[in-house]
Design a protein around this ligand. Structure first.
Ligand code: ADP
Ligand code: MG
Length: 406
């Protein structure tokens, strides 16, 4: 059986017309000889009647502290509704199809309700229906615990469902359908001439996704990568080829062209930079260790860490910054705090070993008078912290400088 997992995001499923277009994509795959396994997100965004956020608002109107097990059962409804809507659409088009919840599709998770991780997939029901030539439509974003309680997988969870099913079924590919023409060189809402990237490595897309590009969830990429199942990010509304995410191409290993130093620019807004002087504390007190242990104990996630002998610099999300600063003050630090910053990242496997990339980035940002508050680099990513109000200018400056646009 040549399985093809096709995942459709919420914006692709909102209206009957869009669902007809989705059905076309599924029927075409079937005609091409694949057995499609369809994974759906909840329809629409907040405000739409069956979107996940709308369901949450509804129950919050009753009680803001409902148990997470119950909340999970509610949050899983959005995908059930859109899955059934897709079965109805496929049947109308003469396609035998069946709806399965995540649990029925065999997705078993741990019991971290509302942010569960998949531990196992037993796709025996999918195999059974596929053998009967029936298209299976699976509710994304959900699974069940070993005891049978419904769980959800956190934001972007439908991408993870699709990747896990792709691996379990040893699918030919995992197609992620969305409202843009693939993975773009930058967020198209910020950079008007952003361009779809035709081919990208798992590592590059992981970096882009971790550093803010929300087009695909990094966990999904990590799962697909384990079995080398290609992911294709495509547009529901066009026949554009989209982006192929892989480590191998038809002709062997993907060659990252030397002229492509930077593949894409991504960003994370709303972070606060914290700078704590450690020089007044005796070495024996391990002040750096104390800082990070106390942040961890308070459940504060830290990022962009630079440790120097006299000073420790890191970032936290804006909303937890007051708490982080209070903890430091209680420990005797007087940190310098810079709120409302953004982390802008340039990602590209082609930068490894190429001299002058950092110089180019600094050149591009200085030409626009953008102040760089902090930087760090790895073999495939350069991170820059800038003030939030300069974020969009910084993204466009880098995008232009590396000639990523059309
Ligand atoms: P879906 O509902 O299909 O899962 P998402 O909203 O999760 O869609 O992801 C698609 C959106 O991600 C796009 O509409 C786009 O605005 C945004 N996005 C951010 N960065 C990028 C990027 N580098 N490439 C493509 N899309 C991006
Ligand atoms: Mg998404």
């Amino acid at each position: 059986m040549r399985y093809l997992v096709q995942k459709f995001g919420g914006t692709s499923l909102v209206t009957p017309e869009l669902r007809e277009q989705v059905a076309r994509k599924i029927i075409t795959a079937k005609e091409e000889g694949y057995m499609p396994v369809v994974v759906v997100s909840a329809m629409g965004r907040e405000g739409d009647p069956y979107a996940t956020d709308t369901l949450i608002r509804f129950v919050e109107g009753i009680n803001t502290e409902i148990p997470l097990t119950a909340l999970d059962s509610l949050m899983a409804c959005g995908e059930v509704i859109s899955g059934v809507a897709m079965v109805a659409t496929l049947e109308k088009n003469g396609c035998k199809s069946v709806f399965l919840t995540g649990g029925q599709a065999g997705i078993i998770t741990d019991d971290r309700h509302t942010d569960a991780h998949i531990i196992e997939v037993n796709p025996r029901f999918i195999h059974k229906y596929a053998a009967e030539d029936t298209i299976v439509v699976v509710a994304g974003f959900q699974g069940q615990t070993e005891e049978g309680l419904v769980t959800t997988l956190g934001r972007g969870g439908s991408d993870t469902s699709a990747a896990a099913l792709g691996v379990a079924l040893n699918a030919d590919a995992i197609d992620i359908y969305t409202d843009v023409e693939g993975i773009m060189t930058a967020d198209p809402r910020i950079v008007k001439n952003a361009r779809p990237i035709d081919m990208i490595t798992y590592n590059e897309i992981c970096q882009l996704a971790h550093e803010g590009a929300k087009v695909i969830h990094p966990r999904a990429v990590e799962i697909a990568m384990q079995k080398n199942i290609p992911i294709r990010v495509k547009c529901t509304f066009s026949d554009a080829p989209g982006t192929l995410v892989t480590s191998i191409s038809d002709n062997g290993p993907v060659e990252i062209k030397r002229d492509r130093i930077i593949t894409g620019i991504t960003h994370i807004p709303n972070v606060t930079q914290i700078e704590a002087a450690t020089s007044e504390f005796p070495e024996s007190e391990h002040p750096q260790l104390k800082i990070f242990k106390s942040m961890a104990a308070a459940g504060i996630s830290v990022d962009f860490i630079n440790i120097h002998p006299d000073v420790t610099i890191y970032t936290v999300k804006d909303e937890v910054a007051p708490k982080a600063v209070q903890i430091l003050a209680n420990m005797g630090f007087s940190p310098i705090v810079t709120p409302h910053c953004a982390k802008v990242s340039a990602v590209g496997a082609g930068m490894a070993g190429v001299p002058g990339v950092m110089a180019s980035i600094i050149e591009a940002l200085s030409a626009e008078n953008i102040r760089i508050l902090q930087t760090a680099d790895s073999h495939s990513t350069i991170w820059c912290l800038v003030k939030q109000e300069e974020m969009e200018k910084a993204i466009r400056a880098l995008h232009n400088h590396f000639k990523l646009g059309n």
